[in-house]
Design a protein around this ligand. Sequence first.
Ligand code: GCO
Ligand code: MG
Length: 402
Amino acid sequence: MTITAARVITTCPGRNFVTLKLETRGGLTGVGDATLNGRELSVASYLVDHIVPLLIGRDAHRVEDTWQYLYKGAYWRRGPVTMSAIAAVDMALWDLKAKAAGLPLYQLLGGACRENVMVYGHANGVTVEETVAEAKRYADLGYRAIRLQSGVPGLASTYGVSKTFGYYEPADAALPTENLWSSEKYLRSVAPLFEAARETLGWDVHLLHDIHHRLTPMEAGRLGKDLEPYRPFWLEDPTPAENQAAFRQIRQHTTTPIAVGEIFNTIWDCKQLIEEQLIDYIRATVVHAGGITHLRRIAALADLYGVRTGCHGATDLSPVSMAAALHFDLSVPNFGIQEYMRHTAETDAVFPHAYSFADGALHPGEAPGLGVDIDEALAAEHPYRPAYLPVNRLEDGSMHSW
Ligand code: GCO
Ligand code: MG
C-alpha cells in the first residue's frame, strides 16, 4: 500500500481546519486532522514543507515505524506543531489500514470494550439562570453529562460563555479579543451555579466544569472543596500544568476529581501527573498528542494508575479527530468520557461522517476506516480566514492565562 500523493487542505467552513489526505497506489485514501487553533498555517507548512516529501513512496501499513521515523527522525521533539503534524499522518495511516482490512478502525484496536461512548455537552450562559436553562435543554436531549460555564458577576466576559444554544466558538476574531479576569470574583460564582444546577437537574446527570488554567493550586483546592457537596464529575485544568508537581497541593485539599491535558502533546507532559495519581482523567487528544498510536500509549500508562480518559473534543478538533477519538474511546479499557461540542451544519457538510449521537452517547459507526472524509470541492469554497483565540488580563492590566 504505497503512498503516492499527500495533500494538505486548509478550509474554513465557519472555522479553520487543516486536513491531511493521503492517496495510495491501490486507490485507497486516508485522512488525518492537523488543526491547531489560532496557529493553523504553521502545521500546514510543517506538513507540506517537511513531512509530505518523506511520505511519498512509503508503505502506508507501517504505522508505528512511520510514527517513530517522524518523531525521532526530526531530532527536534515534541511541541504542538510537530505533534499535530505527526498525529495527522498517524490518523491517515490508521484510516488506510482499516479501509484495507474492510473494518471500522475500532476493530483493529482490539474491538469494542463498550456499547457506545458517553459524551458531555456544553451548557453556557451569561447568568446562572441561563446556564441552568441550557443544561436542562441538554438533559432533555438525552445528555447524561453536561459541562457548566457561566458569566462571572462583575466581569464583562469570561471563558466558555456564549449566547447561542449548543454552540461556543472561542477563536472569535481576526486579532485576539482581550478579556478581563478576576479569580476572586470567579471563585465566588461557581458554587452557586452548581447549587442551582443540582436543584433543577437532580443528581442523575454528571456535571463538569472547566477552569481553563486560571487558578493557583490553593485557589483550585478551595474551589474543589466548595464544590464537593454537588459531586462534580470533574474540575478541568485548575492550574497551568507545565508544573505537574503543583497538583500535589490541589490533591491535598479536595476529593473533587481533576481532569487535565487538552494542551498536552506527549506522554512526557502527563507522566508525573499519572504516576503520582495526581489526576483522575487525562484529556490528551488524538490531534495534539501525536495521533492514535501515541494516545494509546498514554492511555496504557494511565490504566496502570487508575486514571481514565476524557478526550478533548471542542469544535476546533475537526470531525476527523472526533471520528478517530471515538474509535479510540470505544476500544480503550480505561475510557471515562468524551467531550462533544457539536460542529455546525457547514462543517459537517465538508466532513461527511459515519458517527452518530443517541441517548447521550456517540458511536463511530461501522464504515471501514475512520468513517469520515473531506469533500475537497466543498472545502475549496471556504478559504482560510485568520482567527485568534482571546487573551486574558487581570483587572490591573497584567497578562493572565486565558
Ligand atoms: C474545552 C477547551 C476548549 C478550548 C479550545 C481552544 O475544554 O473544550 O477548553 O474550549 O478553549 O479548544 O482551542
Ligand atoms: Mg478545556
